[in-house]
Unconditional design. Structure first.
Length: 202
């Protein structure tokens, strides 16, 4: 188990939006979780499949004709629904791929990994996209927190005009960060202090 807290962006947001005992339980789960193993990453195949399709310049029609990313019965229905939703969001857009930068948010002893999956240009603008796969509803406060962390860590790694985005694949809804400073960062740092206080006892 890591001596200092290291969380994925998804894990951190789950902690922020939980309360009471479930909040502490998430922290405990994250600390006791084994090192990352691709086999236990439920959405890895479809996440990688979408990125690979764009990197190789697939059209919308070619994307829809690709294999279903997994033959695992536990994943197949979920993946099929996600593919359809992503296909719907794609619509008539024509994409050009660029490599998305990665970064981490550091505060005190904690690190949060900020890893957007897609760098896509369309409509004359670059868009850096984080993909949201989970069934839990993506609320506006949750989306704002994610986008603020992206702004804080990734803005210096891309052009000022690059749009920072969060795509809720299941609803085909794109959240685009508005201009302005990331107002939720004080909340982020307060939550980090909470996690650090619990970490030694989990």
């Amino acid at each position: 188990m890591p001596a200092h807290p290291r969380l994925s962006l998804t894990d951190f947001v789950d902690v922020v939006h939980a309360s009471g005992t479930p909040k502490a339980t998430i922290v405990k789960t994250v600390k006791q979780r084994p090192d990352y193993q691709p086999a236990f990453d439920f959405y890895k195949q479809i996440r990688d499949g979408i990125a690979k399709a764009h990197r190789s310049g697939k059209t919308r029609k070619e994307f829809n004709a690709l294999p279903r990313f997994s033959s695992d019965p536990k994943k197949l229905q979920n993946y099929t629904e996600l593919r359809k939703a992503y296909f719907k969001w794609w619509g008539k857009k024509t994409f050009t791929w660029f490599s998305p930068p990665r970064a981490s948010y550091h505060y005190s002893t904690l690190e949060i990994f900020i890893n957007p999956e897609l760098g896509l240009e369309w409509g004359g603008a670059r868009h850096l996209l984080k993909l949201y796969f989970k069934e839990a509803k993506l609320t506006k406060p949750r989306a704002t927190l994610i986008l603020d962390l992206m702004e804080s860590t990734l803005r210096t790694k891309c052009t000022p005009q690059t749009e920072l985005c969060l795509l809720d694949i299941r609803t085909s809804k794109l959240f685009v960060r508005p201009p302005g400073p990331p107002a939720t960062i004080p909340l982020v740092n307060a939550e980090i202090a909470y996690i650090e206080a619990l970490w030694p006892y989990m």
